[in-house]
Design a protein around this ligand. Structure first.
Ligand SMILES: [Zn+2]
Length: 239
């Protein structure tokens, strides 16, 4: 069988046998796959430095019986994850992608977003809003689009100035009267505008977006709410 060359992000690594590693990789052409890197834990291995979490790597893969065999690996993009905040953002992003992306379902758009999430994690100190935007866009792409027009329950129009809430359970905006007590988060006019941009705007616009600390905190709360609703629990990297 022929080798397959594809870009990929390493989501998870575990040691195997004496000197091997098994990797879960989210690839552009094959979707999420498992692959073995033989001898990669040997100090002399040329591959080992390239197989770090957070790198975008061009892989040369041989289809094997149970999993792919990594024949070559070349770094395409390397981002800096130096401090604790960057590392935490990276691990969270990798876990989100690993949890929500199924095996063998390639999608260029989702893969590009997964790569953008790496950049956002590495820039979390200077551009704290970007990681939340990338995460919201991922949920949007995966089919968890929130309804942002009228109240989902009563159908009242939610004109500016009226207090709105986001209900994760119902999947969108509700008015004060129809919010459910335990699972609704207050949503300001600015937040609703940002969420609409996530749904309908392209990435060039989102990439230039800035907001004050209050709005960023509000956005974080919403993205966390959506994450916990979709995944059904807190992720390990959040503990
Ligand atoms: Zn209502």
């Amino acid at each position: 069988m022929q080798n397959i060359v594809t870009d990929g992000i390493i989501l998870k690594r575990k040691n195997y046998a004496e000197a091997d590693r098994i990797l879960d990789i989210y690839t552009n052409n094959l979707g999420k796959i498992s692959a073995i890197a033989k001898g990669s834990r040997k100090l002399t291995s040329k591959k080992s430095g390239h197989l770090e979490l957070g790198n975008v790597v061009q892989f040369d893969l041989i289809p094997g019986k149970n999993m792919f065999i990594i024949a070559g690996a070349k770094i395409k993009d390397r981002h800096q994850f130096i401090d604790l905040k960057q590392m935490k953002a990276l691990f969270l992003w990798l876990e989100i992608v690993d949890t929500l992306i199924h095996h063998n379902e390639p999608c260029n758009q989702t893969f590009d977003l997964a790569c953008k999430g790496l950049i956002a994690a590495s820039q979390i100190n200077d551009r704290p809003m970007q990681s939340a935007l990338v995460e919201l866009k991922l949920y949007d792409l995966l089919g968890y689009r929130m309804n942002l027009n009228e109240c989902l329950i009563g159908g009242e129009s939610l004109v500016e100035g009226r207090q709105c809430f986001l209900s994760m359970h119902k999947g969108g905006l509700v008015c004060e009267l129809h919010k459910d007590e335990d699972a609704s988060i207050k949503a300001s006019v600015n937040i609703i505008k940002i969420l609409r941009l996530v749904h309908f705007g392209n990435w060039d616009i989102l990439d230039r977006l800035h907001a004050c600390a209050d709005v960023i905190n509000e956005l974080r709360e919403i993205v966390e709410g959506q994450r916990h609703y979709i995944v059904g629990k807190k992720l390990k990297s959040e503990m």
